[in-house]
Design a protein around this ligand. Structure first.
Ligand SMILES: Nc1nc2c(ncn2[C@@H]2O[C@H](COP(=O)(O)OP(=O)(O)OP(=O)(O)O)[C@@H](O)[C@H]2O)c(=O)[nH]1
Length: 310
């Protein structure tokens, strides 16, 4: 955190939100550039998925995904909404992408409203795709963004116009985002990371359903791993079915009994509840095959922890 040469190092998490096609992925790639890692399944917490990491001498900027916010209309119930809010609360900066060639609409307002509810996270507005508009139109757009902030009670730390396509202002945006991060050490080593964000979200939804109504130390003893996930073959195109095989790990036999419940009733509820949420999140009917297993004292065993995704 305080290297000998006196320069501070910053690190932190930034989440790009915005409705579909707002330009989040393109901007992520533009920021991350070619020399660094894109997409990984390494969760900061169990709720966030790393999309890309910007490695700099002075900072590490970790771009993470916010599940749920992309598809507000298919969200089911409050739990998924809570999931979104928790995720936004866990990052340092949340940046909403608002394409310059479209007027901010109800979808944008929904997202900015959700952002406004999360007090501690710094909020940034990014006007994307600036190459598609004239400077006059861009001026209008920036004013509209400012108004959207005022109307929703959102305080923008920055409003930044950028074109990921032409590269215009991308470096400036990177500097501004780094400037908003707290001091901190490098959090991720360089290296290849694979992409499995949906498995992690699915595991998290199952874990949440399993935690419902549990008290004391048991919640910390639960981990969920999605072993397999794939569309079932031989299904008609308009009737897809997603097969998910997942294991729910507990530490002790007695905990297994609690999770399963009388005649399997609790496990059944966990399966039904989480299946509905997964279907809402992924937009596909799901067949969920869920098993409870014992991983003895997994919290104290680094190898097991790694296997369980921690
Ligand atoms: N002209 C122009 N087009 C862009 C720019 N950024 C993104 N696009 C285009 O806009 C479309 C959507 O971009 P994405 O980056 O996939 O948007 P997204 O927000 O990640 O979309 P979802 O994954 O659906 O949430 C693509 O066709 C991009 O090529 C830009 O700076 N300028």
């Amino acid at each position: 955190m305080t290297p000998q040469d006196g320069h501070s190092h910053k690190s932190g998490f930034v989440s790009f939100v915005g409705r579909p096609n707002a330009g989040k992925s393109t901007l992520t790639n533009a920021l991350v550039g070619t020399k660094v890692v894109i997409t990984s399944d390494k969760p900061q917490t169990t709720r966030t998925v790393v999309r890309g990491i910007v490695h700099r001498e002075d900072a590490q900027l970790i771009l993470v995904d916010t599940p749920g916010l992309h598809r507000p209309r298919t969200l089911l119930g409050e739990r998924l909404n809570d999931l979104v809010k928790t995720t936004l609360g866990e990052v340092d900066v949340v940046a909403v992408c608002l394409p310059a060639n479209e007027k901010p609409g109800p979808g944008d307002r929904f997202i900015v409203n959700e952002m406004a509810k999360v007090k501690r996270t710094t909020k940034v507005a990014i006007a994307t795709k600036t190459d598609l508009v004239t400077s006059e139109q861009l001026g209008e757009h920036l004013l509209a963004i400012q108004r959207l902030g005022e109307e929703t009670g959102t305080e923008w730390a920055e409003i930044v116009p950028v074109s990921a396509k032409s590269g215009d202002q991308v470096a400036l945006l990177q500097d501004l985002l780094v400037g908003l991060l707290p001091e901190g050490p490098q959090l991720y080593p360089d290296g290849d990371l694979s992409d499995a964000p949906e498995e992690i979200l699915v595991a998290e939804l199952i874990r949440e359903a399993a935690l419902e109504g549990l008290r004391d130390e048991l919640p910390h003893s639960i981990a969920v791993v999605v072993e397999e996930m794939g569309l079932r073959e031989d299904r008609p195109e308009d009737k897809p079915l997603l097969d998910i095989h997942a294991n729910l790990y507990v530490e002790r036999d007695s905990q297994k009994g609690i999770i399963i419940g009388p005649k399997g009733s609790r496990l059944k509820t966990i399966g039904t509840t989480s299946r509905k949420q997964i279907e809402a999140l992924l937009g596909t009917p799901v067949y969920l095959d869920l098993h409870v297993k014992i991983a003895k004292d997994w919290q104290r065993d680094p190898r097991q922890l790694r296997k369980l995704g921690f």
